[in-house]
Ligand binder design. Sequence first.
Ligand code: SF4
Length: 304
Amino acid sequence: MLPLKVRQTSSGVHLFDRRTGLNLLLEPSSTGSCSPSLAPRQISVALSNACDLRCSYCYAPKMPGRLNIDALVGWLSDLDQEGCLGVGFGGGEPTLLREFPRLCQRLAGETQLAITFTTHGHHLDAALCSRLQGAVHFVRVSMDGVDETYERLRGRSFSALLDRLADVRTLAPFGINYVVNGDTIGELDDAVAVAAEAGAREFLLLPEQPTLARSGIDSDTTASLQTWVKAYHGSLALTISAAAADGLPAATPFPQEEPLEAYAHIDANGTLKRSSYDDSGVAIGDGTIMQALATLRELSEGTA
Ligand code: SF4
């Protein structure tokens, strides 16, 4: 299987190496013009809605939901063929699923997708890391605040999390996902230092999203976050969710990319959505994922 995945975009040919994370964009003048790939660049998948933590700011749906693994492998194989570069599993907590290592191993063998997942990390011991070895290209570990703040918000031991990060480091490159709110904003410097010390490659800032129970990040905390980012000079790379990048000096690699060219989400009930925050989308059902994507595009453009 070729190490470099090829994706046609309106900005040129995008080459991607899932082993290293290398991205190359060849401008159209050097490659001739081709129709853009039909699949989104990235797909996220909620394997199930189940989680054994109870974070108050969690936005994962609370109704039951769990995807059929064979159907999912078919959908992801189709997306791979149509130019998708990577899949990010979440939920819920993906490591609770017994089939999770086998799913990752299948996808790593049968597709060229980069495989990543978001986890609270507390089940990623040496045994699970060993079963995932070679089948995962990046891991995103949630860590909101440090020490007592983390333990109050997540209800788990912070030192146990640090032990798990030592195991994760042997599995794949990893980053820290950090929900920013009034509780965690003051610990950003400490959290970045802990993440760098643990060997993280990046630090993803996730301003808290509103849910039915909570109003999300407030304006004072947003302003403090912007000030902190602009003053940041650390060596650990900062990233931020696209929805929260306004007002920040964020790089936009594909400025002409339409939202559904960049990203789509499959929820735990098999509904394709524009993002995990959306309430509605298109049920994939017995059709193909590409049919569902075409319908979602029409709905988004108001032509359906
Ligand atoms: S660990 Fe993640 S999925 Fe689980 S309750 Fe917390 S925020 Fe929600």
